[in-house]
Design a protein around this ligand. Structure first.
Ligand code: GDP
Ligand code: MG
Length: 189
């Protein structure tokens, strides 16, 4: 009889430029909170959360970087044995999208060939900001998005990646992100 308290164990690794919200996504999912200010850093290598899918316990070991992405010094060991990768960019930051091919090269170089990759466009809560209404003016909605959804979807398709847009701040699609990944991993297992 197995002593394990789960049916599946998967390692999920977050990558993408610094500042796109990787740590906030992990904290939203594992702790149900959005850390204030810039203090999102987690001092541990990974966080654990067990979810239940169709009656089966799926233990997710979620690895976040401790800021190494800032210096492009993520090591091969970080990718090793990852079952899934969450490649994150910020929909309000074109630069974070333009760096995706660099990340794909790293994936190709270091990750397992069977790895499941999902592209995540984070910060959709910033899609429309209310500009401060001037006297006599009507309230304006200001588009903050720099990367159109269709463009991101097409890119994800061309690279055989799933695609999802999230907000760690508003808790939009964050649960779905990890549950979708877990489902996909079970299907492949
Ligand atoms: P990381 O470097 O990729 O780990 O990014 P962090 O998780 O540290 O987040 C970087 C900054 O973006 C912080 O100031 C967060 O508060 C902010 N941030 C993260 N996720 C969101 C989001 O969904 N919406 C908004 N508006 N800000 C976010
Ligand atoms: Mg971080």
């Amino acid at each position: 009889m197995s002593m394990e308290d789960y049916d599946y164990l998967f390692k999920i690794v977050l990558i993408g430029n610094a500042g796109v919200g990787k740590t906030c996504l992990v904290r939203r999912f594992t702790q149900g909170l959005f850390p204030p200010g810039q203090g999102a850093t987690i001092g541990v290598d990974f966080m654990i959360k067990t979810v239940e899918i169709k009656g089966e316990k799926v233990k997710l070991q979620i690895w976040d970087t401790a800021g190494q992405e800032r210096f492009r010094s993520i090591t091969q060991s970080y990718y090793r044995s990852a079952n899934a990768l969450i490649l994150t960019y910020d929909i309000t930051c074109e630069d974070s999208f333009r760096c995706l091919p660099e990340w794909l090269r790293e994936i190709e170089q270091y990750a397992n060939t069977t790895v499941v990759t999902i592209l995540v466009g984070n910060k959709i809560d910033l899609l429309f900001l209310l500009s401060p209404p001037l006297p006599g003016n009507k309230i304006d909605l200001v588009e903050k998005r720099e990367v159109m959804r269709q463009r991101a979807e097409e890119f994800a398709n061309s690279q055989s990646m799933l695609y999802l847009e999230t907000s760690a701040k508003e808790s939009d699609n964050v649960e779905k992100l990890f549950l979708d990944l877990a489902c996909e991993l079970i299907r492949d297992a």
